[in-house]
Design a protein around this ligand. Structure first.
Ligand SMILES: Nc1ncnc2c1ncn2[C@@H]1O[C@H](COP(=O)(O)OP(=O)(O)O)[C@@H](O)[C@H]1O
Ligand SMILES: CC(=O)OP(=O)(O)O
Ligand SMILES: [Mg+2]
Length: 398
């Protein structure tokens, strides 16, 4: 049976086709830098242990267009992997916001789509795109089951003291205003690998997901107990275009004194802030180039970004009463050794110490990069949300 997984993030669309139950990848790929200059699609086909890739440059304006191009790559030309759309038994969709409705993989019905739509305003960079991908997949793979796996699901174990905001209870009871948390599929996947790697019965793990969206999660004995994103995927760490934590007084001030509308404010904190707002690009690779060229704004952006992560590590060390392992993952976490170094510097008090050489030369698979003298293991673990989604969908796909 073939399961196609579609993972649309805020700046990218990733996909993988798995042969199940073997969990063998048939092909994978990604469209990156969607909507900004330099976008491209990379498509890789796996054949008996061999990998063949093609890169198709060209402006990819939005996720709908990206998915249409991906579907053409799957079915047409030299790198096609299926003869007909009917060769796909199920399509697993990453859906970012599931609210309180969903705690596991869910067959997509009209009612489920309605719920996803109701959450558009809470995850404006994600749920509309996830919805669009569901519609394109429904039209293309008419006989396949469409299944949603929600970013929020893994965080359903967060205790009340961490998921409630300090506002009157009626806002929670009547309007569902609480912390939901995101990137759950990624935090689950990497923390399970870390638990296996540690090989101990009890574990205290901090998982640091640094992609275009960024979040950090405290995980005790395999369960999420706190996370930096909240009601929507906007709070906590500084991100590609999102501000992360900001005092709500700033919002009131801009409304009252500068006449900002709701939509202008949403655009400001969702699309014009973070690395883009402070440093001039949402993409960490661009920021690194600018730093090398001596651009002060880019240097500041990196400092703010690392500082926030460090603060949360301190907070979660307290929440967990100790740390066995810190895991770095996603685009920046896996690829930017300087960021890992900046985050881990001057944390010896907590037993956090990097091996500079292992950190600088890291590439590829799960690896420990902490110094031999460190109390806390520092791991880099490539996330694989697609694999986790396929695994979760399999039970419903038959
Ligand atoms: N080699 C690299 N060095 C630094 N940053 C990188 C590198 N490769 C990717 N990134 C960064 O990773 C981020 C995208 O991460 P990703 O997990 O793919 O995002 P998302 O899934 O949220 O769209 C971008 O900021 C990109 O610049
Ligand atoms: C929830 C979220 O921010 O996702 P991404 O990092 O893929 O944009
Ligand atoms: Mg992502």
């Amino acid at each position: 049976m073939n399961i196609l997984v579609i993972n649309s993030g805020s700046s990218s669309l990733k996909y993988q086709l798995f042969k199940m139950p073997e969990k063998a990848p048939v092909c994978s790929g990604l469209a990156e830098r969607i909507g900004i200059e330099g976008s491209f699609i990379k498509h890789t086909v796996y054949n008996k242990g061999e990998k063949q890739s093609i890169e198709a440059p060209g402006f990819v304006a939005d996720h709908g267009e990206a998915l249409k191009q991906v579907l053409a790559l799957l079915t047409e030309g030299d790198y096609a992997v299926i003869a007909s759309p009917d060769d796909i038994a199920a399509v697993g969709h990453r859906v970012v916001h599931g609210g309180e409705h969903f705690s596991g993989p869910t067959i997509i019905t009209e009612e489920v789509k309605h719920q996803i739509k109701k959450l558009f305003s809470l995850a404006p960079l994600h749920n509309p795109v996830n919805y669009k991908c569901i519609e394109v997949a429904e039209q293309t793979f008419v006989n396949a089951k469409q299944i949603a796996v929600f970013d929020t699901a893994f965080h359903q174990t967060i205790p009340e003291q961490a998921y409630r905001y300090a506002i009157p209870e009626s806002y929670y009871k009547e309007d569902g205003i609480r912390v939901y948390g995101f990137h759950g599929t990624s935090h689950k996947y990497v923390s399970e690998q870390a638990v296996n790697w540690l090989g101990q019965k009890e574990s205290k793990i901090i998982s640091v997901h640094l992609g275009n969206g960024c979040s950090i999660t405290a995980i005790k004995n395999g369960k999420s107990v706190d996370t930096s994103m909240g009601f929507g995927p906007l709070s906590g760490l500084m991100m590609g275009t999102r501000s992360g934590d900001i005092d709500p007084s700033v919002i009131f001030h801009l409304m009252e004194h500068s006449g900002y509308t709701l939509s202008q404010l949403s655009t400001l904190v969702n699309k014009q802030s973070g690395l883009l707002g402070v440093g001039g690009s949402s993409d960490m690779r661009d920021i690194r180039k600018m730093v090398n060229e001596g651009e002060k704004a880019a240097v500041l952006a990196i400092k703010l970004y690392a500082y926030r992560i460090k603060k949360f590590i301190g907070a979660y060390a307290a929440v967990l009463n100790g740390i066995d392992a810190i895991v770095f993952t996603a685009g920046v976490g896996e690829n930017d050794s300087q960021m890992r170094e900046a985050v881990c510097s001057e944390l010896e008090y907590l037993g956090i110490e990097l091996d500079q050489e292992l950190n600088a030369t890291y590439k590829g698979e799960l690896k420990e990069i902490s110094a031999v003298t460190a109390k806390v293991k520092i791991l880099v673990i490539p996330t694989n949300e697609e694999y986790e989604i396929a695994h979760q969908c399999f039970g419903l796909a038959g």
